[in-house]
Design a protein around this ligand. Structure first.
Ligand SMILES: *Cc1c(COP(=O)(O)O)cnc(C)c1O
Length: 229
């Protein structure tokens, strides 16, 4: 079978998630594995579903499109995780259930309008530029509270939590303060705005997901480690 290795990758990832959860006193059922399929061909989609994966993510509309056309795509919940131009929102809103990359209010407004037109509610996460890297997108931490207040009031959007991309570092341990800061920011915003269901932390990728889980990640976005042989 062409994608037999996907089963092995999923099994190995589940084991490492259990280990990270044991270390942190967490329940592995509270961590959602999101397969980032951007580098894989469309035929990975049924293989993922067969391996028990329930969530998949793409970061560009062009590449996402082919995968969403695959019959098996209906077996997965789809997450959009890339930089999003407002003129692409009309394609994304009807087909994705979660948007992790809401990095400006203008985008939230466009998503709310498109979701309303499509007659659905979109789950959204605010992307936060925790490390304040100039090349990265995302809200600065100090404006998150006000931005969350605005987004939480938009119809057709369900504001569910925060997302971040940790800096690329050789030692994943160095990403830990970034993950911890995102968790603290979520806790702070949730308490101050009394938001219901503002629980998600989308953080951690192939290189550093065990550390992210120790710091509270509820969604890990795993590409290479899952979809590569
Ligand atoms: C590609 C990508 C990932 C997955 O990265 P890997 O290192 O391959 O696990 C996660 N999040 C975002 C936003 C990405 O673009």
């Amino acid at each position: 079978m062409e994608f037999a290795y996907v089963h092995e990758n999923v099994a190995a990832i589940r084991l490492s998630i259990e280990a990270a959860c044991a270390k942190a006193g967490r329940d592995p059922a509270d961590v959602r594995v999101i397969a980032v399929t951007k580098t894989a061909p469309p035929d990975i989609v049924p293989a993922l579903a067969a391996a028990g994966v329930r969530d998949a993510a793409e970061n560009r509309w062009q590449a996402a499109r082919e995968k969403l056309e695959h019959q098996a795509s209906a077996l997965l919940t789809w997450h959009f995780i890339g930089t999003l131009q407002t003129n692409k929102v009309k394609y994304i809103a009807p087909r994705f259930d979660w948007i992790h990359s809401v990095d400006r209010l203008e985008l939230a407004v466009a998503l709310a309008q498109a979701a309303e037109r499509a007659g659905r509610t979109l789950n959204v996460l605010m992307q936060v530029n925790v490390a304040q890297e100039s090349q990265k997108h995302g809200f600065a931490p100090e404006i998150c509270l006000e931005a969350a207040r605005a987004i939480a009031g938009m119809p057709s959007l369900a504001l569910r939590g925060l997302m971040t991309m940790a800096p690329q570092v050789d030692d994943p341990e160095l990403a830990r303060p970034v993950f911890r800061a995102l968790r603290e920011l979520r806790d702070d915003v949730r308490a101050r705005l009394s938001l219901a269901a503002f629980d998600e932390l989308s953080m951690g990728m192939s290189q550093d997901y065990p550390i992210a889980i120790e710091e509270g990640a509820t969604m890990v976005r795993i590409g290479r480690r899952l979809v590569n042989p």
